[in-house]
Design a binder for this molecule. Structure first.
Ligand code: 5GP
Length: 230
């Protein structure tokens, strides 16, 4: 992540402040341009950052397409909480704290076969979490395919297509590569963004202060664009 130069002191992490409206607008645009044409029929929200974006995608699907998109929430954790108001450090492994019931075929298990399944998170940083989520989902799909083949011998197994939506994708070298079939036509980001620490509105305590920081930053950017374009 980009850090400002210091004179021997701890590096200052540069931040980008993002408002609720920024997130809403980014999702609205990518929903119309990319997500709606992709036609997801199940969202997997990675908690906790993916919950609100998934809920907003669901609202657009309802209001614009009159479609009801189910959301399954999963819990994956990469950054460890080191307390003291500091940023978390990158963990070596993704910890799976919550997943949906994928086996059993009963009413509370989630059928993935024949579905277009879209994983939703707020940010793609090192891509480790998304890589893990795709791997777990592929294992679920493989198990369901085996069960289907046993029960429906000779019948073709309904295809599952996996997609990804993130509100922000950091432009940086990624630690993990996603399958090219996903990257080629099923990976969508609301915005590709510099490798800085993104501060989301939902992490703020004082929302007025957060909004003021967003406004000041946007004004500086606008001014920079005007000056740069002069
Ligand atoms: P990954 O490195 O696996 O792509 O990202 C792991 C998780 O770290 C993300 O889901 C997100 O919760 C958190 N994260 C990474 N970069 C940022 C950032 O710039 N801002 C915030 N708020 N969270 C981040």
């Amino acid at each position: 992540m980009a850090a400002a130069a210091t004179n021997g002191a701890a590096p200052v992490v540069e931040k980008i402040y993002v408002s609720y409206n920024d997130v809403h607008s980014a999702i609205q645009k990518v929903y119309t341009d990319k997500i709606q044409p992709w036609k997801p029929d199940l969202l997997i929200a990675i908690g906790t950052g993916g919950y609100l974006p998934a809920r907003i995608v669901r609202a657009f699907a309802k209001k614009l397409e009159n479609a009801t998109l189910p959301i399954q929430c999963v819990g994956l954790s990469l950054y460890e909480d080191i307390g003291g108001g500091q940023f978390g450090i990158i963990g070596q492994n993704v910890v799976k704290t919550q997943w949906f019931k994928d086996v059993g075929g009963d009413s509370d298990s989630v059928n993935l076969l024949g579905k277009r399944v879209m994983i939703v998170d707020e940010i793609d940083d090192t891509r480790t979490t998304l890589g893990f989520a795709v791997g777990e989902l592929e294992k679920n799909v493989a198990a369901q395919r085996v069960a289907f083949e046993k029960e429906h011998q000779g019948e073709p197994v309904p295809e599952t297509v996996i997609g990804i939506f993130v509100v922000h994708n950091k432009l940086k070298k990624k630690a993990v590569a996603l399958p090219s079939k996903i990257m080629d036509d099923s990976y969508f980001s609301g915005e590709d963004i510099e490798d800085k620490w993104i501060v989301y509105a939902w992490d703020a305590v004082d929302i007025e202060e957060h909004q003021a920081l967003c406004d000041a930053q946007n004004a500086r950017r606008k001014q920079g664009a005007v000056n740069g374009g002069a």
